[in-house]
Every structure is written in structure tokens, then in C-alpha cells.
Design a protein around this ligand. Structure first.
Ligand code: ZN
Length: 386
């Protein structure tokens, strides 16, 4: 065992330092913060351990960075990945300071404790406990920006194709259960531009609500077709879904409605392509667009996040199941896994803590997770890098 590096914090110090540095990402500008201080802290730690550090400025963001730390040379190896940002918090619902680790009831409370800045303290700890000089294959650490909003960091990292590990673990909170599947998510706004007028003369206008009624009928057909054509029994909800989420239109009972908007979301199953879903949406609405030229438009609300699947019989999944004692499973939430998988590596989502505590007041990591996560990471690094 390597001697502990005196200039580096131990696990609980590292954990506290990460939680103390704010890195909230939010679509609301008043909440949104740079993640630079977290990235700089990670850069200092991993540089001290001998890693080569690359910091990426994430385009089209304000003050958002990715960190890629690499130890060793050559191909393959292991990538340990996570996001450096957290969601905003509701101070009134927290019983302790969310930016200060509170150790109580065998739990470490703090914003980002399980989702998921705490994971980087585990990586640091494992790296201090093994002989890094004996590793034969590269070990990578990735910390991304803006996972909680646009996944801009992971998208940019994947497109920049800087590294090609054999395997990747994304340390989101799964109670150390290997997650091999999740649905994709996309959301769209459908707008009908009508022609307003007095309600007494319907022929003088184009009623946007009436056109939207036709749109909704077509969407029901698409929903039915998706449910008939696709099924995956690994999920609680076994079919792709299409939800009508919000509708706005019109202003008065005696006026022909001149404008109507409908927000929908669609959740795809693994194996379905985002481009296909978008094409099917356009196709099902095409007859209405033809009947009312220039009045129907479809726009993407948020950048879509693709579905994710890693084969259960791949070596990484078998190894992760063996080391953790847990069988692989599917989850309902989206992660950065499909982007990391673009590197061409076997990829799973697997980390300490529970998703039940993520995005909640009084988020915590249970003490009981600490030792087993430490053992798991050491075993994993030795398996893939030695
Ligand atoms: Zn997360």
C-alpha cells in the first residue's frame, strides 16, 4: 500500500471540501453558478497524484468547465466519471446548512453528497490507497458540467473524443447496483398560429384551438403506435411514452383563438433513435401542416437526452455484478451514460448512495456506503488498470 500523500485530504476532508464549493446549475439564471472552483480543486488533487489534467471550457455556457484527468499512457483502461454540478436547494426545507457536511445519524448530509460530488472524494481516497505507479493501463477521471440542466458538459466531452477507455463507470447514486438501461427524454413545443377575429364570424378567422384539437388527435395515434410497436419488460412502464404536459391558447370566449401552444414530452426505449422519434412526430402532424400552410410549427424545448443500454452479458456488467453482489437493472431517470458510451467503451451507471435522496432537501450519503464503495473502487481500478 502506498503511503498517504500528506498534501492531500483524507476522505472526509475531501468530501467536506467538495460540498462546501458551490456548483449549482439551473435554467434559472439567478440560481446558475460556475463550477470552476470544484474543477480547480479536483485538478489540484489529481495533479498531486501524478495525473495529467485537461480542463475544457464548455461552449455556449457561462463559466462551465469539464475536467479530464489521466494517469498512465496507452489505450484502454478505466474511466470513472461524474458530474460536478448540483441542483438548487430550498434552504427552508433543509435542517442543516446544505453547503456544510453534517455528520448525524450515521449519515453525511450535504448538497451533492450522493448526487454526486461525493463520488470524487471516493476516487481520491482509492487513488491514495493503491500503488498508482504499478498500474499498467490508463486510469481516467472525468468531471462534467451542467448535467442537471442541459448535459452540455457530457455532450461536448463526448464530441471532443479525447480518450478511449475500455470501460466507464458513472458514479451516480444507485446503491452500488449496476444500472445498464434507461429511457431517453425529449420535449417539444407545438405551436398553431391561427387568425383571430370576432366569434360571430367563424369563417373570417382560423381557430388555433380547433386546429390544436386535430393535433392532439394525431398525437393520440402516435402514442398508440409507439405503445403497440415497442416494449421492454425491464422497465416499470414498459412502452415509450408521450405526455401532453401544458397547453396555452386564446384570451376570450367571444374571440376566435389566434394562437395555441402545446408542450409535450416523449420518453424513448433503448434501441429507439431520437431522430426517428422526431421524424415520426413531424410525419403524424404533416397532414395538418398541409391543410393549414405556415400555421403549424414544432420546436425542440430542451436538448434531447438519448436512451441508454449496455448489454447485460458484457464483461463490465459481469465484473460489476460480481464485485458488488448486485444484479444489473434498468432505471427511470436519464444520465450522461449515452454520451460517455459514444467513446466506444462499455459503460454502466453505478455509485454510492440512493437516488431517493437526490434532488431532495437533507440529501445524504449513509455511512454504510463508505467502506463498500471504497472496496469496490479499489477492486475495479486493480481489475482494469493492473
Ligand atoms: Zn446526478
Amino acid at each position: 500500500m502506498q503511503k498517504l500523500n500528506k498534501s492531500l485530504p483524507n476522505f472526509s476532508q475531501a468530501f467536506s471540501q467538495l460540498i462546501a464549493l458551490p456548483s449549482i446549475s439551473s435554467s434559472q439564471a439567478s440560481w446558475d453558478q460556475s463550477n470552476q472552483s470544484v474543477i480547480n480543486l479536483l485538478a489540484t488533487w489529481f495533479e498531486t497524484l501524478g495525473f495529467d489534467i485537461t480542463i475544457q471550457v464548455v461552449p455556449n455556457t457561462t463559466g462551465k468547465y469539464n475536467l479530464i484527468a489521466k494517469l498512465g499512457s496507452g489505450d484502454g483502461g478505466l474511466l470513472l466519471a461524474g458530474h460536478s454540478d448540483t441542483v438548487p436547494f430550498d434552504e427552508n426545507r433543509w435542517l442543516s446548512d446544505p453547503m456544510k457536511v453534517t455528520d448525524k445519524d450515521n449519515k453525511l448530509f450535504g448538497l451533492g453528497s450522493c448526487d454526486m460530488k461525493g463520488f470524487f472524494a471516493f476516487i481520491l481516497q482509492a487513488c491514495q490507497q493503491i500503488d498508482l505507479s504499478a498500474l499498467k493501463k490508463p486510469l481516467y477521471v472525468l468531471a462534467t458540467a451542467d448535467e442537471e440542466t442541459t448535459m452540455a458538459g457530457a455532450r461536448f466531452f463526448a464530441n471532443s473524443e479525447l480518450i478511449k477507455p475500455d470501460v466507464a463507470i458513472i458514479g451516480e447514486p444507485t446503491n452500488l447496483v449496476p444500472v445498464v438501461m434507461h429511457k431517453g427524454h425529449m420535449s417539444h413545443k407545438i405551436t398553431i398560429k391561427g387568425q383571430a377575429g370576432h366569434s360571430s364570424k367563424p369563417a373570417n378567422g382560423v381557430n388555433a384551438i380547433e386546429v390544436m384539437h386535430q393535433v392532439i388527435s394525431q398525437l393520440f395515434k402516435l402514442k398508440e403506435q409507439l405503445a403497440q410497436s415497442y416494449n421492454n419488460d425491464a422497465f416499470d412502464v414498459q412502452t415509450p411514452t408521450l405526455n401532453l404536459g401544458a397547453i396555452h391558447g386564446g384570451d376570450n370566449a367571444n374571440r376566435i383563438c389566434g394562437h395555441c401552444e402545446l408542450d409535450i414530452d416523449m420518453r424513448s426505449l433503448p434501441g429507439m433513435k431520437d431522430d426517428d422519434l422526431v421524424a415520426w412526430l413531424a410525419e403524424i402532424l404533416a397532414p395538418i401542416a398541409e391543410e393549414y400552410p405556415g400555421r403549424l410549427s414544432i420546436e425542440e424545448l430542451d436538448p434531447s437526452s438519448p436512451s441508454f443500454q449496455q448489454n447485460c452479458d458484457s464483461e463490465l456488467v459481469i465484473t460489476a455484478e460480481k464485485f458488488s453482489g448486485h444484479q444489473c437493472c434498468a432505471v427511470n431517470y436519464a444520465t450522461e451514460a449515452p454520451f460517455v458510451q459514444q467513446l466506444g467503451c462499455q459503460t454502466i451507471v453505478m455509485g454510492p448512495g440512493s437516488i431517493d435522496q437526490a434532488h431532495q432537501p437533507n440529501e445524504y450519503l449513509a455511512h454504510s456506503e463508505i467502506l463498500k464503495t471504497n472496496k469496490f473502487l479499489i477492486a475495479l481500478i486493480q481489475h482494469y488498470c493492473s
